[in-house]
Design a protein around this ligand. Structure first.
Ligand SMILES: Cc1cc2nc3c(=O)[nH]c(=O)nc-3n(C[C@H](O)[C@H](O)[C@H](O)COP(=O)(O)OP(=O)(O)OC[C@H]3O[C@@H](n4cnc5c(N)ncnc54)[C@H](O)[C@@H]3O)c2cc1C
Length: 456
């Protein structure tokens, strides 16, 4: 019996939508199955009462996001639709916000670092500049420091470099515990995305690109895939009471979900899937009746707090500062993010309790917050961000050299990169693997076969 589809893509996040776009362009019959009622996955946005709330991802950079910018150009989305973010990243210390985190001027201002730590920040920057070529976001496993955690690396420097720079940045932007995640990945990413003053966001919400991609595809939302089984030449998907067959299936879901949907994954796929742990992420949106900012200094886009001082919050994001279209005129929008250590404990609590814990913590930094805060939303991500531990990095090259099979994978975790660019790159790579497999000649002469990538 012939398969109903050429390719079934599971998950309409950036990885799945990118892969489906490439495969549809190549002329294949592709369908995307998405369990939730909207596309975008962890880049989704929610629209309420004139506010546009980014429920997951917040920003992108003109640097280190090559595949994303190429996709935007191909879709005719101009750079002006992805404008610069207004406002710096600041670090809270000694009762005030210190701007300049992840910017060159931070070397001068210290951005919350003590004078002795600033000297070490210069040493750290010089060390990084000399080894720039050794860090690669596409191959973090081949990068120096692959077996060193961020916290181990930070011990080379003054404790402030960890407590008031690397920990708050890793905790907020990657959702990481510095004792677990690899320094190689973090430093590769920081080098790739560059100066925070160049970061950008989409007009109209972070789901802009996902929605545009989905518009050109056959996407079925509200369709949760329960299981995927290889049939040798193709695969079978179980979706509720329906069974669908496809010549290829792409699992574009977080690694722990892929492992659950395809429990019989052969090695070396299985071992990498099991090693690709994720940290959970949680955000509380605060719809304000006015745009608030910390009492002194330039209004920041992000106010970071150190786990050494605050055992609840990791950051406050000022979404109205990020882009004026996130809140109605005269109003404000904030995002509260708990620190990595607290997120797991909070995740299972009722919304009201999470909101109370985070808003109580935020009031300390923002005069007038309690009065201005009108409505709150909780966004939970059980699989928030791939951890990129040294153990996962060590298994990645074997996974990348895996055979072409009917069931394959995409997602930020494939690149061990906790960013939408990782998902786009993994989606494009997965599409090329599916094309190689489906378009491989049926009968290949023996000598030629030994030179080809093996297909199952
Ligand atoms: C809080 C947070 C902040 C972030 N900030 C940034 C940022 O500022 N910049 C940045 O570049 N990146 C950021 N990221 C990371 C970025 O969002 C992700 O790397 C990227 O969106 C991952 O895309 P994906 O397609 O790999 O996975 P996902 O987006 O997780 O997509 C997987 C999809 O599969 C669906 N699905 C799951 N199970 C099933 C099933 N059984 N059947 C059918 N469908 C299923 C899900 O609903 C989802 O839509 C952030 C992430 C989080 C959580």
């Amino acid at each position: 019996m012939s398969a109903e589809l050429d390719v079934a893509v599971v998950g309409a996040g950036m990885a799945g939508l990118t892969a489906a776009t490439e495969l549809t362009r190549a002329g294949l019959d592709v369908r995307v199955y998405e369990s939730s009622d909207h596309v975008g996955g962890r880049t989704a946005s929610v629209r309420v009462d004139g506010y546009t709330i980014d429920a997951g991802a917040e920003q992108l950079s003109p640097h280190g996001y090559r595949a994303t910018w190429e996709l935007l150009a191909r879709l005719g989305i101009p750079e002006s639709a992805v404008p610069l973010i207004g406002g710096p990243i600041a670090m809270w210390r000694d009762g005030r916000a210190h701007a300049g985190v992840a910017e060159p001027r931070g070397l001068l201002t210290g951005a919350g670092l003590s004078p002795l730590a600033r000297v070490d920040l210069v040493k750290f920057q010089m060390w990084l500049a000399q080894r720039r070529g050794e860090f690669d976001t596409d191959d973090p496993d081949r990068t120096c420091l692959a077996d060193t955690t961020v916290a181990e690396f930070a011990r080379r420097y003054h404790p402030d470099v960890h407590d008031y720079l690397l920990q708050p940045v890793a905790g907020t932007f990657f959702g990481w515990d510095t004792e677990r995640s690899s320094a190689a990945t973090m430093l590769s990413l920081l080098l790739a995305v560059g100066d925070a003053s160049s970061w950008r966001t989409y007009c109209g919400g972070m789901d802009t690109l996902a929605r545009r991609l989905a518009a050109g595809l056959d996407v079925r939302t509200g369709q949760e895939v329960q299981q995927v089984v290889s049939t040798g030449q193709g695969a079978r998907l179980q979706i509720g009471s329906e069974t669908v067959t496809a010549r290829s299936v792409l699992l574009c879901v977080p690694a722990p979900v892929a492992a659950r949907l395809h429990p019989g994954a052969p090695e070396p796929e299985g071992e990498f899937l099991r090693a690709c742990s994720f940290t959970p992420a949680l955000k509380v949106s605060c719809l304000l009746d006015r745009p608030l900012a910390p009492a002194r200094g330039v209004p920041p886009y992000v106010l970071l707090t150190s786990q050494a001082e605050d055992d609840v919050l990791s950051a406050i994001l000022f979404d109205h500062q990020k882009h004026p279209d996130r809140a109605p005129a005269g109003a404000g929008l904030l995002t509260l993010m708990p620190n990595a250590a607290t997120t797991s404990d909070l995740l299972g609590l009722p919304d009201a309790e999470i909101i109370a814990r985070l808003t109580d913590a935020a009031a300390r930094y923002l005069p007038g917050f309690t009065v201005a805060n009108r409505r709150n939303f909780v966004h939970r991500h059980a699989h928030g961000l791939p951890e990129a531990t040294p153990a996962a990095l060590a298994l990645r090259s074997r996974f990348m050299a895996r055979r072409l099979r009917p069931i394959d994978y995409a997602g930020d975790w494939v690149m061990l990169r906790p960013a939408s660019e990782g998902a786009v790159r993994a989606g494009a790579l997965a599409a090329s693997r599916v094309l190689s497999r489906l378009r491989a000649p049926l009968s290949i002469p023996t000598q030629a076969r030994s030179r080809r990538v093996e297909t199952a």
